[in-house]
Design a protein around this ligand. Structure first.
Ligand SMILES: Cc1cc2nc3c(=O)[nH]c(=O)nc-3n(C[C@H](O)[C@H](O)[C@H](O)COP(=O)(O)OP(=O)(O)OC[C@H]3O[C@@H](n4cnc5c(N)ncnc54)[C@H](O)[C@@H]3O)c2cc1C
Length: 427
């Protein structure tokens, strides 16, 4: 490959896998600059959930899904076989920098159990479990490797503007501008508004998107154990005409609800800890609806999320429980509501799909009143810019590559795989 100056915006899973592929193949690290608005792995604090070395992936639950229909879009660009091979590379990178690789385990359910059949389908796919606690150590080892290879990192540095025509980047609150020959745009979910701004400014052509919205459900694990024994990260699903629902990102054993803040609103997610000291015997997962046919899905989701708040805080509903605590023993940032009126008013008919999903789960798992839900959980599908499928470069700017959640990924494996795919195209 011609040696060029490469700038990566975002030290998340996509950006880091991208750079690793290059230096592993002899590309001079000195020509790669990675800019991130968060902290390096030695200074990153637990509450910095979405920014810093390894991005949201670095502080998440560490479940590496291994299927092309889970975690966003990959095979559309490169085909099924290549997608699986790229995901293999991501998993080996996590293994390579893991302090105890022998503790990584894979759950691989094979058959749909009879007891869920009348009500739900179950998606079966392998998941590699890295363990949240180890992700910090992985991030440190991985970072040290890239620094040794000469890669330059700029931490606590937020990119505020990019000029695709002159190929310059502006840094927030600084007069510094940085030039590039190739640009990797890997800002993840915390950079979603920046991506949108660029898409608007440059009128980037986009692919059509659906809405993905719902709640984070939580209950004691004992009710779900018979399903967890078959599939740790189970994916229940139901399909209707323009709406499909699925359980999403299941956490067990030491399962905590995580608070996300996007556009000033509070939304929920979840993560699991490894280690007996964190065990709380809870299960949580998203119940996410994919709604097709909404005209401006992004604006629609944002409006719904902003109405599902009480004084800028998300909601919690339970017929009998109170909200749980975070893994740091603090209260989850949420307001408990006594009924579902606000939820029904804001979500309209879509609230019924979620309530029905919970009712049907109750028939199978018999948790009765012993459950709660954090409202809302949302996957903002940012307008997905149209890219050249060969190298994920913008159709009008062939040296600007979008990867990870900033493009169409929704998880660690697919984000990392997209990073590696672009690196291979440059190599
Ligand atoms: C709590 C939680 C749990 C999760 N659990 C799982 C899981 O178990 N399995 C799974 O597959 N996925 C999980 N995910 C999703 C997964 O982490 C993401 O899909 C993945 O990290 C996306 O990778 P990325 O590289 O695109 O973005 P990220 O990993 O989010 O990285 C983006 C980086 O860009 C930086 N950045 C953003 N804007 C700018 C800017 N303007 N200037 C400079 N830097 C910027 C950020 O600081 C961040 O470090 C979870 C997410 C969360 C929040």
């Amino acid at each position: 490959m011609k040696e060029q100056k490469i700038v990566v915006i975002g030290a998340g899973v996509a950006g880091i896998n991208f750079a690793t592929k290059l230096v592993d193949n002899g590309y001079p690290g000195e020509l790669i600059t990675i800019i991130d608005k968060g902290n390096d792995p030695f200074n990153r604090q637990p509450e910095e959930v979405m920014t810093g070395m390894l991005g949201s992936g670095g502080w998440s639950d560490g479940k590496l899904t291994y299927h092309t229909s889970i975690g966003g879009v990959l095979s559309k660009y490169c085909g099924e076989d290549k997608a699986m091979e790229l995901m293999d590379q991501v998993i080996s990178n996590f293994r390579r920098f893991h302090p105890k690789p022998e503790e990584i385990f894979c759950s691989d359910p094979q058959a749909e159990p009879d007891f869920i059949k009348p009500y739900f389908g179950l998606r079966l796919f392998p998941v590699w479990h890295i363990g949240s606690n180890y992700l910090h150590e992985i991030a440190k080892a991985w970072y040290s490797y890239l620094v040794d290879k000469g890669v330059k990192f700029m931490w606590n540095t937020e990119v505020s503007a990019i000029d695709f025509k002159t190929e310059y980047i502006d840094i927030k609150d600084s007069l510094e501008i940085i030039s590039y020959d190739e640009l990797i745009f890997a800002v993840g979910k915390s950079g979603i508004d920046f991506g949108k701004k660029l898409a608007d400014n440059y009128q980037l052509p986009t692919e059509p998107k659906s809405v993905q919205i719902g709640v984070r459900f939580e209950a004691p694990q004992k009710y779900f154990q018979k399903l967890i024994d078959i599939s740790y990260d189970f994916k229940l699903y139901q399909k209707f005409n323009n709406v499909s629902l699925r359980s999403f990102c299941t956490n067990n054993n030491a399962a905590y609800v995580a608070v996300e803040e996007t556009y000033g609103d509070i939304t929920y997610n979840g993560h699991a800890k490894k280690g007996e000291e964190f065990r709380n015997n809870m299960t949580n997962f998203g119940i996410l609806m994919e709604i097709k046919g909404i005209e401006n899905p992004f604006e629609w989701s944002r409006e719904v999320v902003s109405k599902l708040q009480f004084r800028n805080i998300g909601l919690y509903y339970s017929p009998s429980r109170t909200p749980s605590q975070t893994s740091e023993g603090e209260s989850i940032n949420t307001v408990q509501i006594g009924n579902l009126n606000q939820f029904k008013e804001v979500m309209g008919e879509y609230a019924d799909y979620i309530i029905n999903f919970i009712d049907q789960m109750n028939k199978v798992f018999e948790f009765k009143n012993d459950w709660g839900m954090y409202i809302p959980e949302v996957k903002y599908l940012s307008p997905e810019p149209l890219v050249d499928y060969k190298n994920l470069a913008l159709v009008d700017y062939p040296n600007v590559h979008f990867v990870g959640d900033a493009l169409s990924a929704r998880g660690i494996t697919v984000s990392g795989a997209q990073g590696i795919y672009v690196a291979e195209s440059l190599l």
